[in-house]
Design a protein around this ligand. Sequence first.
Ligand SMILES: Cc1ncc(COP(=O)(O)O)c(C=O)c1O
Length: 405
Amino acid sequence: MYYYDPQGRPIIDGASGLFASAAGHGRPEIADAVGRQLRELDFTSSFYRSHPLAFAAAHAIAQLTPERLDRIFFVNSGSEAVDTAMKIILAYHRARGEGQRTVFISRERAYHGVNFGGVSLSGLVNNRRAFAGVATPAPLLRHTWRAQSAFSHGQPDTGANLADDLQRLIDVHGAENIAAVFVEPIAGSTGVLVPPRGYLERLRAICDAHGLLLVFDEVITGFGRTGSAFAAQSFKVRPDLITMAKAITNGAQPMGAVAVDRRIHDQVVHSAAEDSIELFHGYTWSAHPAACAACVAALDIYAREQLFARGAELSAYFQKRLFSLADLPVVTDIRAYGLLAGVELAPDGKPGQRGYRLQKELFDAGLHLKTTGDVAILAPALVAEPAHIDEIVDVLRRVLECHSA
Ligand SMILES: Cc1ncc(COP(=O)(O)O)c(C=O)c1O
C-alpha cells in the first residue's frame, strides 16, 4: 500500500499506482512467476504459434469475462487494446459484407489511450489538439455528468435519457455506416463519471436495434474495481468486446487484452481464405511469456484472496469515509462506485490549476493519487484495510482544509 521516496519516507498509494496494482505492491508470487518464466522461456513470438502460458492466461481471463466473451487477443497496453478492438470490429463488419460500417461513436470526456485509434475516440480535446489531421474525430455522445446529480451515491438516479444521443447520431450518420460505440462504463481518467441508472442498458438496446457493436473500455474498471470482475457484470450489461490492461498483471508487467464475443471471432476467422492469416494484426510482444506469467499469477492472487468480493465489501466503508469530505467548501462534487472515486474541487483561477497544485501537496503530505483537471481520483488497492482508507481520507482532508480556508 506504500511507496517510499529516496529518503525512505512512506507515501500511501491511493490510486493502485495508476489503477493497476489491485493486489498491492511487491507481491513475491508475481515476481517469482516472472523470474521462473524468464529462465524457462524468455521469448517466443505469438505469430503462427504460441506457448502454453499464453493459453493459460487467455483461459484464466475467459473465466472472468461475461459469457461468450472468451476469445482473447493479447496486446501490451490499454491504448493497443483499444486500437486492436477497432481493427477487429472493422474486420468483422467487412467479413459480414458490411465493410461500409466504418464510423466509431465515442463520448465527450472519453479517454481511450494515446494511439491513433484511441485519439480519434478521445472526448478530451487536449489529447487530440496537437494531432489533428491524422486522427479522425469520432462523433460524440454527450458526457453523463449533470450538476443536479452532484454528490450522488453510486449511480445517479436520472440521466438515462442521455443515451438517446446515440439514436440522434444514428439518424445523422446512418446506422448502416456505424461500426461500434465505445464507452468506458465509468469514465475514469476524466474524473470518475458513474453512469446514470439505465443509461448503459439503453445504449445496449439502441446498438441491438441497429446492428452496432458495443465496446466497454474496462482498462480502469476491469479486475474487481467495481466489485465484480468487470463493470459489465456490476452493471449487468453485456458488451460485444471488452478492452482491458493495467490490473491484468497487477501492474507488474506491461500487458493488455481484448475479450471478443465468440461470434465476432468466428466470423473473422472463418471468413479468411484457407492457409492465410485471419487478421493482419499483432505485436512482437503479444502474449510475452513474462507478461503471461505475471497475468496468471495476478489472477491467481485475485481468486485465492477473493479480492473482488473483498473490494466490494470495503467499498461501503471507502465511500462513507470519502463522502465525509462533502462539508469542505472547496469540494463541489463527490462521485464513487466500488473502489473508484472522484472528488471534484472548485477551480482556483485557470481550470486545472488547483488540481495540479494539489497533486504535489498531497505527495508532500504522504499520499499518492491521480488528479485530472480539478478532480482528485482515488482507486485504492483491493487489499486495502479500513485503516489505509482512514489514512488516505485523513491526508486528503488535511490538505483540502488548506484549500477551503
Ligand atoms: C479507459 C482507458 N482506456 C485506455 C487507456 C490507455 O491505457 P495505456 O495507458 O495502458 O495505454 C487508459 C489509461 O488510463 C484508460 O483509462
